[in-house]
Ligand binder design. Structure first.
Ligand SMILES: CC(C)(COP(=O)(O)OP(=O)(O)OC[C@H]1O[C@@H](n2cnc3c(N)ncnc32)[C@H](O)[C@@H]1OP(=O)(O)O)[C@@H](O)C(=O)NCCC(=O)NCCS
Length: 313
């Protein structure tokens, strides 16, 4: 067994290993390129490969944030492990341990005081370990000194027949009477939207929105996959989606608790269905939102994730 940094010739081997280990969370080759190889925090020590019998048998992705996120800056001394796996026929031979030791040495050299699995702000695949699907990883990390510190909930909804209920249409009309309207973001409100994001929403959400808005709006002058709630000239909330994955999704604090989020989400789901999607999911939410806004719109809890961390001595 050799533990070494990734090389270009490992591309398919790493993807196959990923497919045979993190079976529910496999990136497409394009996603692997975009979200792993092109990640601007990745350096040669980040993508660790275990080679055995002339092929890739294990991989581990370890990231040290080097580029500050708007407003939030750099997580002070945290390193992140976002994905790892060993092919089933090579397990329980110390391969996972050897890759993790290599990652821990890299984190120490990079002055990290703590390692977290897997809530890496710009590019997480899943927020943490799914204790049902990745039971072995939970046992492995626990053995290596990691402990759970937070739970994230993923939810799914079938939206093939989604329609906005009469109650919600009434609430939407009431909001409109109060001057609050929901629509896809028009091109002529782009600057106002970015100012709203800068002033009110967490830093890494602004980056997700900018990535999506880099594509020019279609001929009608609206971005179909980013909806905003606006009170007259002021933007007060938004929700974006990318394929079946929706979010981030947020309402400015003074406007929370008035049903704006529920109407905004319902309009987003309708927009997703009209664009051909039959399902919608959110990967990271909490118990309160799960019972509230998502539960009311037909979302069910599909997975739970244990965010885990370990201090580095
Ligand atoms: C987690 C994983 C990478 C471990 O790889 P591995 O090479 O088998 O790990 P090691 O051989 O180094 O195991 C080290 C220790 O972890 C613990 N461990 C590992 N697998 C275990 C299992 N299935 N049950 C109980 N303990 C386990 C044991 O204490 C083991 O030591 P031991 O074999 O001396 O008892 C591997 O099981 C895997 O690929 N799982 C699926 C992928 C995955 O879930 N990724 C994480 C998503 S967040």
């Amino acid at each position: 067994m050799t533990i070494r940094p990734y090389r270009d010739s490992d591309f398919h081997g790493v993807l196959q290993t990923w497919e045979s280990s993190m079976t529910l969370d496999v990136p497409s080759p394009a996603d692997f390129r975009r979200r792993v190889l092109l990640d601007r925090n990745r350096c040669p020590q980040s993508l660790i490969v275990a080679e055995a019998d002339g092929r890739v048998a294990g991989f581990l992705l370890a990231l040290v944030p080097r580029h500050p996120i708007d407003k939030t800056g750099l997580p002070p001394d945290r390193g992140f492990i976002t994905a790892f796996g060993v092919r089933p026929d090579y397990r329980r031979r110390g391969m996972g341990t050897a890759m993790l030791e290599r990652a821990e040495a890299f984190f120490r050299e990079s002055n990290r005081g703590e390692i977290a699995v897997a809530p890496y702000p710009p590019n997480y695949f899943i927020p943490g370990v799914d204790p049902t699907r990745y039971r072995e990883a939970l046992a492995f990390l626990t053995k290596r000194g990691f402990a759970p510190y937070l739970e994230a909930i993923a939810m799914d909804a079938a939206i093939g027949q989604f329609e906005i209920s009469p109650d919600l249409l009434k609430r939407e009309a009431d909001l409109l009477a109060d001057g609050i309207a929901i629509s896809p973001l028009p091109d002529n409100r782009l600057a106002a939207f970015l100012e709203f994001m800068e002033a009110v929403m967490p830093g890494d959400w602004g980056e997700s929105a900018r990535t999506l808005l880099t594509a020019p709006p279609p001929a009608d002058g609206h971005w179909p996959n980013l909806l905003v709630a606006a009170r007259e000239e002021r933007i007060i909330g938004y929700c974006q989606f990318d394929g079946e994955h929706f979010g981030p999704f947020g309402i400015a604090e003074p406007y929370q608790g008035r049903g704006i989020g529920t109407v905004l989400l319902a309009r987003t789901l309708l927009q997703m269905r009209r664009r051909g999607h039959h399902a919608a999911y959110v990967l990271w939410t909490g118990e309160r939102a799960a019972k509230g806004v998502y539960g009311r719109l037909g979302f069910r809890i599909s997975r739970r994730f244990a965010l885990m961390k370990k201090p580095l001595a």
